[in-house]
Ligand binder design. Structure first.
Ligand SMILES: *Cc1c(COP(=O)(O)O)cnc(C)c1O
Length: 408
């Protein structure tokens, strides 16, 4: 149990009988994490970021749980993600920020979705969509304060703001927010943080002088929500922390932040066999047994999102102890050396979990360290072939549009 009342309600077995693997999502963990973020950020509101299928956790059940936990806003990259939320019956504020020319702006305006606006061409496409829809487009202007990703540069800002002020006067757009994104929020001591906040404040001030006075300013992702109180403004935009994972860097581990991982990846051994010492294992024989060994075959591979780089380093819990993948990860499977420990086909192994309620299972952080990546990539890459299983009750009772959260 964490220090903040978000107790683990998960324990194995995770994989239903007859199934090779399961990606188990605890929606109560998501709701609890959002409640924790609300407490940390208050009085600022929380926009739970649910882009990329809610960081691999499943868009709709995760979004419902985030709303149940107190997210007054949801944030997504793509318009189609926002439209999917509306089709699920979500009527509360949603921001989508990554559009391309010719995108479904009319649908966005009709669905009352806030649109992140970085450039003039977006205004040129959104304005007619708003006129046709007969309602102002809700927009949020993005200033590039140094990340050099999207957002208007400081040089482009005056022209963009000028155009917006004119469209606002015509009733074509409603400027709900001004926002930006950090380069290095997980290092609060970085010079970039202060520099970006200065550029941001100046950009907001300039907009005010032009009559563009949004209700919301926001720049804080998960790391900044925890580590940079002065960067919370009226709204924070956490993503990874919603799913109970630490944004890393100087921010501290999940447990210290009062959040809990919502995702567990587990599988059942497809095969168990005994081999002698000196036996090479998997393609290329990059692993060789040092003793007579029980080998277990795990039916998950790189096609399921197991990094190929996890060969000989990826951790898991099996037969009561931590193990490491033996040899190369294949497309559909990999092998584990259990030494002299007894195993049988059908036994469960846990690749990663909440690091708490399930014995000594590794976490997504352990996988990130082992494979040279970040926890974000580990959770977002689990493939669609792995069956999803939802546990918990948060947001499940919301029955809208004939659909229901699938929970057991
Ligand atoms: C993904 C994303 C976030 C969330 O970032 P985390 O580090 O996951 O908290 C916030 N804002 C924008 C613009 C993003 O792209």
């Amino acid at each position: 149990m964490t220090a903040h009342g978000n107790p683990a309600n998960l324990s194995g077995p995770f994989v239903p009988a007859g199934q090779r693997a399961a990606l188990v999502i605890d929606v109560d963990a998501i709701a609890g994490n959002v409640a924790r973020l609300t407490e940390v950020a208050g009085p600022a509101q929380v926009m739970a970021v649910v882009k990329a299928d809610a960081y691999g956790h499943g868009l709709l059940p995760s979004a419902r749980a985030a709303r149940a936990g107190g997210a007054t806003w949801l944030g997504v990259a793509l318009l189609e993600e926002a439209l999917a939320l509306r089709a699920d019956g979500d009527v509360d504020p949603i921001l989508a920020w990554l559009g391309v020319p010719g995108d479904a702006w009319s649908d966005a305006v009709a669905a009352n979705i806030d649109i992140g606006v970085s450039t003039l061409w977006q205004l040129d496409e959104i304005a007619p969509a708003a006129v046709t829809s007969g309602r102002p487009a809700r927009i949020q202007l993005k200033l590039d304060t140094g990340l050099s990703r999207n957002g208007a540069t400081v040089a482009e800002w005056p022209e963009l703001v000028g155009k917006v002020a004119a469209l606002q006067a015509e009733g074509v757009v409603d400027v709900v927010g001004i926002w930006s994104h950090f380069v290095l929020a997980d290092s609060p001591s970085s010079d970039t943080v202060a520099q970006q906040l200065r550029v941001f404040d100046e950009g907001v001030e300039f907009a005010r002088t032009q009559g563009v006075t949004p209700q919301l300013r926001h720049i804080a992702n998960s790391a900044a929500t925890f580590a940079l109180p002065h960067a919370r403004y009226e709204l924070v935009r956490p993503g990874i922390a919603v799913y109970g994972l630490s944004p890393g860097g100087e921010v501290g581990p999940a447990r210290e932040l009062g959040i809990r991982p919502a995702m567990t990846l587990a599988a059942r051994l497809a095969h168990a066999k005994q081999v002698p010492a000196g036996q090479g294992v998997s393609y290329g024989h990059e692993y060789v047994t040092t003793t007579a060994a029980n080998l277990g075959l795990v039916p998950l591979g790189y096609a399921d999102g197991i990094p190929r780089r996890a060969g000989n380093v990826g951790p898991l819990l099996g037969a009561g102890a931590r193990r490491v993948i033996a040899g190369r990860v294949c497309m559909d499977q990999f092998v584990v050396d259990f030494g002299s420990d007894g195993i049988a086909a059908g036994d469960e192994v846990v690749l990663f979990g909440d690091g708490d309620g399930d014995g000594d299972a590794p976490t997504a952080d352990d996988w990130a360290v082992a494979t040279g990546t970040i926890n974000y990539e580990i959770v977002t890459r689990v493939g669609p072939r792995v069956p999803r299983r939802y546990v918990g009750t948060a947001g499940v009772d919301r029955t809208v549009g004939g659909s229901r959260g699938a929970v057991d």
